[in-house]
Design a protein. Structure first.
Length: 371
């Protein structure tokens, strides 16, 4: 008969416990696993395209909180980069790179915290006793709030032609002006100034350096300096604005100038739409750079749209005789045969063509070669 090895109950119990203990040590900690390259704490790393994780989701939720709606999926794709750039422009952070580093995240946290303040009287909750200095320090800005940021908002609206008192108090008059601006810019018309509103406003007004801290008086129309003004034209060389708001090209203008004006007329009375004209030449509305790009494309001078910050490096530097382009990272417009082609002021004139000029300080100046 074969020998049988019988184990005591105590020995069996020890073997079972050993197996359970060993197995527990080998089980993966699924509940605590963190994807490779991700972080759970917003601010622990710089967020840029290609990153993912819980901190990216936190970033997306903060952007939505200040009015820039994005999907909170934890993935940093092209759409999120564009959203970060919109916030950076709204908060006046430079450069608007689309990368969320320490400075951007700190500004976003402050802005989102400011949204909880309500009628705080214009104070930053993170710095009690210190008044807000810049439009974008807290987002959104709404009725009942007051402070320097409200005053900057009112000054910007006033420059665009909206009737509003520049007193730093967000009252009914400011609500009315904000709603009018939102409607003209194809934004949500609620009278609440969120990051989308501020980005669009900055794009149209393009304030000069120092306006955020010290509201200097706007430069009078027609006061461009000699090094930025277009070359003077003979009386018969100046374009005119017809009763329909469209430009009439002078007969003496070069063919390219006449084509720019003809293309500009095609979209002169379309609405302002942020990003309009960049995905396709045909759009229901155009932003500042989309408008200028469209007009130049109509003359065969551009193959693809440029953003506003690209124009100072395009063509030849300095003012031209027939066409002069004024651009920076926030806005672009051009003067064609003496007329300003500009999304700013379209609500008042009913057209992108304006007889009036505007301040040129802070803009790079260029012109199409030969014009």
């Amino acid at each position: 008969m074969p020998l049988t090895c019988r184990r005591s109950p105590f020995a069996v119990l020890l073997s079972v416990l050993s197996l359970v203990f060993t197995g527990a040590l080998c089980l993966p900690a699924f509940a605590d696993a963190t994807p490779s390259g991700s972080s759970s704490n917003l601010g622990a790393r710089t967020l840029r395209p290609g990153t993912s994780g819980h901190d990216v989701r936190q970033l997306q939720r903060l952007l939505t909180k200040v009015g820039i709606k994005v999907k909170a999926d934890g993935q940093f794709g092209p759409g999120l980069k564009s959203a970060v750039q919109r916030f950076q422009r709204a908060a006046n952070l430079k450069p608007a790179s689309g990368t969320a580093g320490r400075q951007t995240l700190a500004a976003l946290r402050r802005a989102a915290s400011g949204a909880q303040v309500g009628t705080s009287g214009g104070f930053d909750p993170d710095n009690a006793g210190q008044r807000t200095q810049s439009l974008g320090d807290r987002i959104p800005v709404r009725k009942g709030m007051s402070g320097h940021d409200v005053k900057v908002l009112q000054d910007f609206l006033h420059r665009l032609g909206y009737k509003v008192s520049v007193d730093g108090e967000f009252g009914r008059g400011t609500v009315k002006a904000v709603k009018a601006f939102e409607a003209a810019s194809s934004l949500t018309t609620d009278g609440v100034v969120d990051a989308e509103d501020i980005d669009a406003l900055r794009g149209q007004i393009s304030p000069r350096a120092g306006d955020e801290q010290n509201l200097a008086a706007s430069t009078p129309a027609g006061s461009e300096t000699d090094d930025t003004a277009p070359a003077p034209l003979a009386p018969g060389d100046r374009a005119q604005v017809g009763s329909d708001g469209l430009a009439i090209a002078p007969a003496s203008a070069p063919p390219e100038v006449q084509e720019i004006i003809a293309a500009g007329n095609e979209i002169a009375q379309t609405p302002y739409v942020y990003g309009g004209g960049h995905g396709s030449w045909t759009a229901r509305g155009y932003d500042c750079s989309g408008s200028v790009s469209y007009a130049l494309h109509g003359a065969g001078l551009l193959d693809k749209p440029l953003v506003s910050g690209d124009f100072p490096k395009w063509g030849d530097s300095g003012p031209g005789q027939w066409v002069t382009i004024y651009g920076n990272s926030g806005h672009v417009y051009m003067v064609v045969a003496g007329l300003r082609f500009d999304t700013s002021g379209a609500k008042q004139d009913g057209s992108r063509w304006h007889k009036s000029s505007r301040p040129t300080s802070g803009y790079g100046v260029s012109h199409p070669t030969g014009l």
